[in-house]
Design a protein around this ligand. Structure first.
Ligand SMILES: *C1O[C@H](CO)[C@@H](O)[C@H](O)[C@H]1NC(C)=O
Ligand SMILES: *[C@@H]1O[C@H](CO)[C@@H](O)[C@H](O)[C@H]1NC(C)=O
Ligand SMILES: *[C@@H]1O[C@H](CO)[C@@H](O)[C@H](O)[C@H]1NC(C)=O
Ligand SMILES: *[C@@H]1O[C@H](CO)[C@@H](O)[C@H](O)[C@H]1NC(C)=O
Length: 958
C-alpha cells in the first residue's frame, strides 16, 4: 500500500532529487584558484558597475571595494594578466519566491542577490565563467547582451528566478561548454523558448540543462537542434513540456554523451530507436513522461556502458527481453548496469534469465507491472544487489532460498504476487544488512513463513510488511529482537492468541502497526503512546475490553472486534491527533458522549454496528473536518437537529440508518453543501420529505430514506438533481402519483459523476450502503457508482407509471411494488437496456405484458405478480428463466410458466381483432430490434461485465 500512495506525490520529489543529483556532475572545472595580482582597472570599474546594478540586502558583496578586485568575494582573475575570468556568486541560501516574504521573524538577512545584470559585464572581455545560480532576480529577463560575452565557457543562471523568453543571442556563445538555465519548479516565474535554432551555434557545448524550461514551442524540432551538439556529455530536458519524441533516421554524432534525462514530459509515444543507439550512455532517465508501447528493438551489446536506466512511471508495455539483449554480449562478459528502475509500467512476461548476469546490479525495481512467472534462479547470483523490488506484479512460484546469499540486500519487496510454498530461515541466511521486507501472496494458504521459535535473525529490520502469508498461530517471537522496527504489518497471517508485551513497549517508535485479519484475542493496554501521526489497524480480530486511549495515533481501526463498555468521554484529551476512527461492529454500549465532537481533527468516524444510545448530536460542537460519519445500526434516538449542517460543514457521507431516530426532517438538515450520500433508512422519521434546495440538491448522489413514516408526495425537485443515482424512498407512506419529471433524472442516464471516498480513506475502508437491488438486501462497497436505482415500493402511490421513466437509459433497478399503481406497463420498457431488477408486484397494473420485454436480456429479477395483467406471457429468451411466482396472482395471464394455457383460456382468442394484431406486429418488430441489439453486443459478455461486477459483498441479512 505504501508504495502505491507514494506514487502520487512522487513527481515533485523526483524533480528535486534528480536536479540536486545533477548538481554534482558538473563536467566543467570551476574558477581557477585566487592569487595576489592587482586587477585590471577597467575591469575593476566594470565589476563595481555590475555590483551597482545588484540589490544585495545582506552585504554579501561588501568586500567589493579597494583596489585588489581579484580578491573580492566570488571574483577570480587570470595570472599574471589580472583579467577577471570568473564571477561565481551562487547563493548558499534558499532565495526562491516562496521564501521571500515568508516568515521574517529573524533579523538574519539571507545572502540573496536580485536587481539587474549590468551591461558592464561586457567590459570583462576575458570572463569565462559566470555563475549567478540560486539567487532571485524576480522574473527579469535573461539579458540579450549575454550573447556578446564571447569568452564565456560556463554560464549558470539556474534557480535564479529569471523569467520570460530565453534570448536567441545565446547561440553566439560558440565557446560555451556549460549552460544551465534550470527553473525552480516552485517558482512562480517561468522561462520559455520560441525555438531552439540558436542551439546550433553552441558547437562546443558539453552540458545542457534546461530543466523546467518551457520548450513546448520548439516541441516539433527540438531533437534536430540537439542532435547537432555532437560534443554533448550531459543533456537534461526534465519537465520541458515536450510533447513529441521524434524518430530520427540520420546517424547520431554523439560520441561522449553519457547522461540524458527526458523525464517529466508528455510524449505520449513510444521510445524512439535512437535513444538506445547512443552507445556512450551511462545514465538514461525517462520517467513520468507518458511513454507508451513496447520498447524498440535493442541491438546486442549496445548498452554496455549503461549504469543507470530509469523508465519508471510510464505506460510501457511488452517484455523486457530487449533490455536484456542490449545488456548482454558486452566485453568483460558483463554490462555495467547498476540500477534498473521500471516501477509502475505495464511490462509483462517472465523476467529474463540474463538479468542474473548483470553482476554490477545494485538496484532492481520492477514493482507495479504485470510481470509473471517465477523469480529466475539466476537472480540469486547478483551479489551486489541492495534493493530488490518485485512487488505488485503477477509473479508466482516459490521464493528461492538462494536469496539468503545476497548479503548486500537492504530492501526486499515481494508484496502482492502469487507466491507459494515456504519461506524459511535459509531465505535470510546472510542478509545482515536487511532493513525492510515485504511479502504477500494473492490469497491466504499458498504461502507460509516458517522459522524456528528461537530464531535469531542476522538483520535488524525497520519495516516488515507481511500479508496473506501464514506466520501463526503464535505471534512471531523473533520480532522481539528487532530493535528498530517502526513499521509492522502482519495482516492476514493466521496469528492468534494475545499480543505480546514487548510489542507494546516499543509503541513510541511505531509509525504503522497493522495486525488486521488475524485471530488475536484479549484486552488491550488502556494507555499507550505511539509515534506521532502513527497508523494502527487492528481490525477483524477478537480483541476485547474497553476502548483504549492511545496517544499519537492518527488513524485507528478496531473494526470487527469485541470491544465493549462505553466510549470514553475523555478520548479527546488523549487522542487530539485522531483523524480516522473506525470502531464499527464492536459491542460498545451506553450513551455516545457529546465530547466525541471535541476530536476536532476527525475526518472519518465509523461507529456503526454497536449498541450506542442517547440523543443523536445532542450537545455536540462543530467538527470542522468531518467528512464521513457512520453511526448506523445503533440505538440512537431523538430527532436530527436542524443545525446539523453547521455542526459538520465538511460532511460528505452520512449514514444514520437502523437507529431509533424520530421526529420530522427539517429542510435545514438537507443543506450541507457537500453531502452526497445520505442514508437515514429504517428509523422513525415522519412528516413530509422536506424541499431540497441547492447546493445540496446537486451534491446528493445517494439518498436512502427507506422504512420510515414519511408522508406526502414525491418531492419533484429530486427530478432535477444533477447526480442522484440511488433513490430509495421505499416503505413509507408516500402518496400521490409518480411525477412525469422522473424522466429528467440525469443521474440515471449514465454512470459517472459519483461520489468516491476521499483518496486518503480508500486504503482503509470503503463506505458501504445496503440496497434492495435483488431479491434481498445487498451491501455495496466500491460498486455503488454502478448501481442506478429507484425504489418507491411499499408506499401508497397511485396513478400510472410515467412513460418517461423509459428514458432513464442507465437505470438498473426499478422497484414500484406494493403501491396502488394502475394503467399499463410502459410499452418502451425495453429501452431500459441495463435494467436488471424490475418489481411491479402488488399493484393494479393492467393490460398485457409487452411482448418486446422478452428482449430485455439483462433483466434477471422480474416480479409482476398480483396485478391485473392479462394475455399471453412472452415465453422467449430471458422470460424462459422466470418461474411462475413472477406472474402469479394475475388471473388474466396465460401460458408458460403458468399452468393455464392460452388456448384453453377464455377470452384469449378474443385478442385476434385487427387492433390487437397491429399491436402484436409492432411488438414483434421490437423483439427483433432488441434481440438484435442485445445479442449484437454479446449477451453473455455484457451480462457478466455488468452483473459480474455487481457481485456485492455478502448480504448482512443472510
Ligand atoms: C584568496 O585571497 C584572499 C585574500 O587574500 C584570501 O583570504 C583567500 O584565502 C584566498 N583564497 C585562496 C583559495 O587562496
Ligand atoms: C553528423 O555529422 C555529419 C557530418 O558532419 C553530418 O552530415 C550529420 O548531419 C550529423 N548528424 C546529425 C544528426 O547532426
Ligand atoms: C497510463 O495510461 C492511463 C490511461 O491513458 C493514464 O490514466 C495513466 O495516468 C498513465 N500512467 C502513467 C504512469 O503515465
Ligand atoms: C505460474 O503462472 C503461469 C501462468 O501465468 C502458469 O502457467 C504456471 O503454471 C504458474 N506456475 C506456478 C508454479 O504456479
Amino acid at each position: 500500500m505504501g508504495s502505491r500512495k507514494a506514487t502520487s506525490v512522487l513527481s515533485p520529489l523526483l524533480f528535486l532529487a534528480l536536479t540536486f543529483y545533477a548538481e554534482s556532475t558538473d563536467p566543467t572545472p570551476g574558477p581557477i584558484s585566487n592569487s595576489t595580482i592587482a586587477c585590471n582597472a577597467k575591469e575593476r570599474a566594470a565589476l563595481l558597475r555590475f555590483k551597482d546594478g545588484l540589490i544585495d540586502p545582506s552585504g554579501w558583496l561588501s568586500s567589493w571595494r579597494g583596489p585588489t578586485c581579484c580578491h573580492w568575494t566570488g571574483v577570480t582573475c587570470d595570472e599574471p594578466s589580472g583579467h577577471v575570468t570568473a564571477i561565481e556568486l551562487t547563493s548558499p541560501e534558499f532565495c526562491t519566491d516562496y521564501t521571500f516574504g515568508g516568515d521574517s521573524s529573524e533579523s538574519y538577512t539571507p545572502r540573496c542577490l536580485s536587481g539587474e545584470l549590468s551591461k558592464a559585464l561586457l567590459d570583462m572581455e576575458h570572463l569565462q565563467y559566470l555563475d549567478l545560480s540560486n539567487n532571485n532576480f524576480q522574473g527579469i529577463a535573461v539579458p540579450e547582451f549575454i550573447g556578446s560575452m564571447k569568452s564565456l565557457r560556463h554560464l549558470n543562471l539556474s534557480y535564479a528566478s529569471f523569467g520570460g523568453f530565453i534570448p536567441a543571442s545565446l547561440g553566439k556563445l560558440s565557446s560555451l561548454r556549460y549552460l544551465d538555465l534550470t527553473v525552480d519548479p516552485y517558482s512562480i516565474r517561468g522561462l520559455w523558448v520560441s525555438d531552439l535554432h540558436w542551439l546550433s551555434g553552441l558547437s562546443s557545448l558539453n552540458s545542457l540543462r534546461l530543466v523546467g524550461v518551457n520548450l513546448s514551442r520548439a516541441s516539433d524540432h527540438w531533437f534536430d537542434e540537439v542532435a547537432q551538439l555532437s560534443s554533448l556529455v550531459e543533456l537534461s530536458l526534465f519537465g520541458c513540456e515536450l510533447s513529441k519524441f521524434p524518430n530520427h533516421s540520420q546517424p547520431l554524432n554523439f560520441t561522449s554523451l553519457t547522461s540524458v534525462d527526458f523525464s517529466s514530459n508528455n510524449f505520449h509515444s513510444s521510445i524512439p530507436k535512437w535513444v538506445f543507439e547512443i552507445g556512450s550512455l551511462v545514465e538514461l532517465q525517462i520517467m513520468d513522461a507518458n511513454l507508451v508501447g513496447d520498447l524498440p528493438a535493442i541491438q546486442e551489446a549496445s548498452l554496455c556502458n549503461l549504469r543507470k536506466l530509469h523508465l519508471a512511471f510510464n505506460n510501457l508495455t511488452g517484455n523486457i527481453q530487449g533490455i536484456a539483449t542490449g545488456l548482454s554480449g558486452c566485453r568483460n562478459s558483463s554490462s555495467a548496469l547498476e540500477v534498473l528502475d521500471l516501477t509502475v509500467n505495464k511490462f509483462s512476461g517472465a523476467l529474463p534469465d540474463p538479468l542474473g548476469f548483470l553482476r554490477y546490479l545494485r538496484v532492481l525495481q520492477l514493482s507495479e507491472n504485470t510481470f509473471s512467472g517465477p523469480i529466475p534462479s539466476s537472480l540469486v547470483s547478483l551479489s551486489r544487489l541492495e534493493v530488490l523490488d518485485l512487488s505488485f506484479n503477477e509473479m508466482n512460484g516459490t521464493i528461492p532460498n538462494g536469496i539468503g546469499r545476497l548479503s548486500e540486500l537492504t530492501t526486499l519487496n515481494l508484496f502482492s504476487n502469487s507466491w507459494e510454498g515456504n519461506v524459511s530461515e535459509d531465505h535470510f541466511h546472510n542478509l545482515t544488512k536487511l532493513t525492510g521486507i515485504s511479502l504477500s501472496s494473492a490469497k491466504l494458504g499458498l504461502l507460509a513463513f516458517r522459522v524456528s521459535r528461537n530464531w535469531m535473525p542476522v538483520f535488524d529490520l525497520e519495516s516488515i510488511r507481511f500479508s496473506n502469508c501464514i506466520m501463526g498461530p503464535r505471534f512471531p517471537e523473533w520480532l522481539k529482537h528487532q530493535k528498530n522496527l517502526s513499521t509492522i504489518v502482519l495482516s492476514r497471517t493466521e496469528i492468534s492468541g494475545r499480543i505480546p508485551n514487548w510489542l507494546w513497549i516499543i509503541s513510541p517508535q511505531i509509525e504503522q502497526l497493522d495486525l488486521s485479519g488475524n485471530r488475536i484475542a484479549g484486552d488491550l493496554p488502556p494507555r499507550l503512546s505511539f509515534g506521532y501521526f502513527s497508523r494502527v489497524n487492528l481490525a477483524s480480530n477478537r480483541l476485547e475490553g474497553p476502548f483504549p486511549l492511545w496517544s499519537g495515533v492518527n488513524e485507528l481501526s478496531f473494526r470487527n472486534n469485541l470491544l465493549s463498555g462505553e466510549f470514553p468521554a475523555v478520548a479527546h484529551l488523549h487522542l487530539p491527533e485522531l483523524k480516522y476512527l473506525d470502531v464499527a461492529n464492536n459491542s460498545l454500549t451506553g450513551k455516545l458522549p457529546s465530547s466525541i465532537s471535541k476530536l476536532k481533527s476527525l475526518a472519518y468516524l465509523d461507529m456503526s454496528q454497536n449498541s450506542l444510545s442517547g440523543k443523536v448530536f445532542s450537545n455536540w460542537t462543530e467538527m470542522p473536518n468531518l467528512k464521513i460519519l457512520d453511526l448506523s445500526r445503533n440505538n440512537l434516538s431523538s430527532s436530527i437537529p436542524g443545525k446539523m449542517c453547521s455542526l459538520f460543514p465538511s460532511l460528505e457521507w452520512l449514514k444514520l440508518s437502523m437507529n431509533g431516530i424520530s421526529g420530522r426532517l427539517s429542510s435545514a438538515t438537507l443543506r450541507c453543501p457537500r453531502l452526497s450520500t445520505l442514508d437515514l433508512g429504517e428509523n422513525r422519521l415522519h412528516g413530509p420529505i422536506p424541499k431540497w434546495t441547492l447546493p445540496n440538491l446537486d451534491a446528493i448522489s445517494e439518498l436512502i430514506l427507506r422504512a420510515n413514516n414519511f408522508t406526502g408526495g414525491f418531492s419533484e425537485e429530486l427530478c432535477h438533481s444533477k447526480n442522484l443515482h440511488v433513490l430509495d424512498l421505499s416503505d413509507n407512506h408516500l402518496s400521490g402519483s409518480i411525477p412525469g419529471c422522473v424522466a429528467d433524472m440525469v443521474g440515471m442516464k449514465s454512470y459517472g459523476h459519483y461520489y468516491q471516498l476521499p483518496l486518503e480513506f480508500r486504503s482503509f475502508y470503503k463506505g458501504s450502503i445496503e440496497l434492495n437491488t435483488k431479491q434481498q438486501q445487498m451491501q455495496y462497497l466500491d460498486l455503488i457508482p454502478l448501481v442506478n436505482m429507484i425504489d418507491l415500493s411499499r408506499n401508497t402511490l397511485s396513478g400510472e407509471i410515467p412513460e418517461g421513466i423509459t428514458r432513464l437509459s442507465f437505470l438498473g433497478v426499478l422497484r414500484l411494488s406494493e403501491n396502488r399503481l394502475s394503467g399499463n406497463i410502459p410499452r418502451d420498457l425495453p429501452l431500459l437496456t441495463r435494467l436488471e431488477t424490475l418489481d411491479l408486484s402488488m399493484n393494479r397494473i393492467s393490460g398485457t405484458i409487452p411482448a418486446s420485454m422478452s428482449s430485455m436480456t439483462f433483466l434477471v429479477h422480474l416480479n409482476l405478480s398480483y396485478n391485473n395483467l392479462s394475455g399471453p406471457i412472452p415465453w422467449l429468451n430471458q422470460f424462459r428463466t422466470y418461474n411462475m411466482t413472477v406472474f402469479e396472482g394475475n388471473p388474466g395471464l396465460c401460458g408458460l410458466p403458468l399452468r393455464n394455457s392460452c388456448s384453453t383460456h377464455g377470452g384469449q382468442e378474443g385478442l385476434d381483432d385487427d387492433g390487437a394484431r397491429e399491436n402484436r406486429d409492432k411488438d414483434d418488430r421490437l423483439i427483433d430490434l432488441w434481440f438484435y441489439i442485445s445479442t449484437g453486443s454479446g449477451f453473455f459478455a455484457g451480462f457478466w461485465s455488468v452483473c459480474g461486477l455487481l457481485v456485492a459483498r455478502r448480504s448482512w441479512t443472510e
